[in-house]
Design a protein around this ligand. Structure first.
Ligand code: HEM
Length: 146
């Protein structure tokens, strides 16, 4: 297997872990807010696990962008104007929007640390949920599960 295939496999597999752990962190925070729970070490670990999975996914995504024929190579080969909608999703929209999503999740993590005890769940819920929505909006579903 060549480098591209290995990285694609990893990026494709870690995607499940990243999306699932972010979703769990969002649900856990919503439960925490509704039940007015105290923010415990367990809640911190759930949010941290999602952050780490997301950052690992980011690293593989970044490498993929440079080794995949559907990343930067596509833009170089056909130019911005020559791309079909699905080319644009893979080479442009997915990397760019997911980068913003990852930044939002990172901001959520950092700001929960500085937040008052009763605001920690809210920081995680809002920023992680926004990130998750952006991620889900730009997943290349056809090639991933299709
Ligand atoms: C948490 C964030 C991310 C998730 C959940 C995610 C998920 C995915 C999934 C499910 C695929 C389809 C894989 C397949 O066809 O088997 C994919 C493809 C791709 N991703 Fe990501 N991704 C993320 C972040 C990124 C970032 C930040 C970049 C680049 C900077 C990136 C670059 C790419 C590229 C170039 C492809 C197309 C690969 C190809 O088909 O050759 N991804 N991503």
């Amino acid at each position: 297997m060549d480098t591209y295939k290995i990285i694609l496999e990893a990026h494709s597999g870690i995607a499940y872990v990243a999306l699932l752990t972010i979703a769990i962190a969002v649900i856990n925070s919503i439960i925490g807010i509704s039940a007015k729970n105290e923010f415990k070490p367990k809640d911190r670990r759930i949010a941290l696990f999602a952050l780490i999975a997301t950052h690992i996914q980011f690293v593989f995504g970044l490498i993929l962008y440079f080794v995949s024929p559907n990343g930067l190579a596509k833009i170089k080969a056909v130019g911005m104007g020559g791309m079909q909608a699905y080319d644009r999703l893979l080479a442009l929209e997915h990397p760019l929007v997911n980068l913003i999503a990852i930044a939002l999740i990172t901001v959520g993590w950092s700001s929960h640390k500085r937040a008052d005890e009763n605001k920690k769940f809210k920081k995680i819920a809002v920023f992680y949920a926004l990130g998750l929505i952006l991620l889900l909006s730009r997943i290349p579903w056809q090639t991933w599960i299709g």
